[in-house]
Ligand binder design. Structure first.
Ligand code: ZN
Length: 477
């Protein structure tokens, strides 16, 4: 059994139920788990004479649980900065993102996942919920395994075409990206779970993930959480991701999206809904009652003009007891996989928009980025906080840097002042995957070179092109 001692950390943010902040403490990792946490002298006494495989110097370091990104598209990693930044959600999805997703072959997804894994590790994320692969999820699983990160992934599914096909939606694209009906999608989703769930010694889980909203039928929205429950896993999809989506739903059915999910019997406690920006007061009650989780993606809201602060009700969701986690969404949708940015935005956006400094703030934002993400991923019994017995998914931040000198309240400093460059060392499942900002599991330079090549090919194949691909969409209207 491997033993790693993180010796004499200056600060430990446990994010445990009491939000304990400890100083001058040591953490002992045995194999994949946190075996002990306590004052340095106590831990040294208790483990004197025990053979250690590694001692990590904790002086000038803050130790905390790794971030949990509750909404992410690994496949999007090769399309960074390709689309114009003047797009709203619907043209962004239908005219630009879908052709690019559909142009991803198995090798492209493998490379995109390695690249995303590197960005996550370097910004302190140790676990993510990926919306799923466009191809057999085995390629994604293999890359996740190699890069050493913890993740939930799946086979991305959609089953409903618009009446008029948007630009670049070729027959080949449609065949790759859409299943002919809900049953065909569900059969493949089940196969993905049965084949790959609990890969890499349980570090990689596979869920029944679908895209959600217009590209999925009502049957698929309802059947995905039911199938997930039968398989003992979770599911996730997008819903109420823009006001336009809600207004189209209202015009066609008289109801908003979350209300329709309730009527279809889709709301369950194994479901994570991404965005949920267009939501009505009574719908918050439906989500709370069902125990359905929400992944708020503030970075995407800012870039795609979703209106999180104008129409979003995230503070009300938190007050209703809903688990509201944070997601980076994607390298294209939000621009970055840096959870520290999301945490900062979550802490401050609603203070400003509503001129109420008591809203959300640093302590809640930290929980949203860690333990609440773990809860959304149905993994909070194992990760999301530093507690004895939990898996050792830990990050060490360098406090000997300008953003930490001086600091008094470490949580405030983390949320409002620190940048991801202070993420110094990362452990996932008890294994050191980054030391002194050097990723140890894969060759960064090699992955960057591969990623540049694959990105060029994917964008070429997709057909999207600035100046030619339209900036507005009426798909599914
Ligand atoms: Zn998304």
């Amino acid at each position: 059994m491997g033993r790693i001692l993180i010796r004499d950390a200056e600060v430990v943010l446990t994010v445990d139920p009491a939000d304990r902040v400890l100083t001058q403490c040591s953490v002992l990792v045995e194999d994949t788990r946190i075996a002990a946490l306590g004052p340095t002298a106590v831990i040294e006494d208790r483990y004197r004479g025990v053979v250690l495989d590694e001692v990590i110097d904790g002086r000038n370091r803050l130790v905390m649980p790794g971030f949990v990104d509750a909404h992410l598209h690994l496949s999007e990693q090769l399309s960074r900065g390709v689309f114009p930044d003047t797009l709203a959600t619907r043209p962004w999805v239908f005219n630009w993102a879908k052709p690019v997703y559909a142009a991803m072959g198995p090798d492209d997804e493998y490379v995109a996942t390695l690249l995303a894994g590197i960005e996550m590790i370097k910004t302190g994320t140790t676990c993510c919920l990926d919306m799923g692969a466009q191809n057999d999820v085995g390629n994604t699983v293999r890359a996740l395994e190699e890069v050493g990160i913890r993740a939930v992934t799946g086979r991305h599914a959609a089953d409903r075409l618009p009446e008029v096909l948007p630009p670049h939606w070729t027959t080949e694209m449609i065949e790759r990206h859409f299943f002919p009906n809900a049953d065909a999608a569900l059969a493949e989703l089940e196969r993905a779970v049965r084949t790959y769930n609990n890969a890499a010694g349980g570090r990689i889980r596979v869920w029944v993930n679908i895209e959600g909203k217009e590209p999925c039928s009502p049957e698929l929205h309802a059947a995905a959480p039911a199938l997930a429950a039968r398989l003992g896993v979770g599911t996730t999809y997008h819903i109420a991701s823009s006001l336009e989506e809600a207004l189209v739903s209202e015009r066609k059915t008289g109801k908003w999206p979350v209300t329709r999910l309730k009527e279809w019997g889709a709301l369950r406690d194994n479901l994570v809904l991404a965005h949920v920006v267009a939501v009505r007061d009574e719908e918050i009650g439906f989500l709370a009652e069902a125990g359905t989780k929400v992944a708020f993606c503030p970075g995407t809201s800012l870039k795609l003009a979703k209106g999180a602060t104008r129409i979003g009700k995230y503070p009300e969701m938190l007050a209703a007891g809903i688990t509201v986690s944070l997601g980076c969404d994607g390298a294209s949708a939000a621009g970055s996989l840096d959870m520290m940015r999301q945490m900062y935005l979550a802490a401050g956006l609603f203070k400003d928009a509503r001129m109420d400094a008591s809203l959300i703030g640093a302590v809640t934002a930290l929980r949203m980025a860690t333990i609440d993400g773990a809860r959304a991923l149905l993994w909070d019994d194992q990760i999301g906080s530093i507690e004895v017995g939990k898996r050792a998914d830990l990050i060490l931040l360098n406090l000997d840097d300008c953003d930490w000198v001086p600091y008094t309240d470490p949580v405030q400093t983390l949320v409002y002042s620190a940048g991801a460059h202070c993420v110094h060392t990362v452990l996932i499942d008890g294994r050191v995957v980054m030391r002194d900002r050097r990723v140890l599991t894969v060759d960064e330079r090699e992955v960057y070179a591969l990623a540049r090549e694959h990105a060029r090919r994917v964008i070429d194949r997709s057909g999207v092109c600035a100046g030619r691909t339209p900036l507005v969409s009426t798909a599914y209207d």
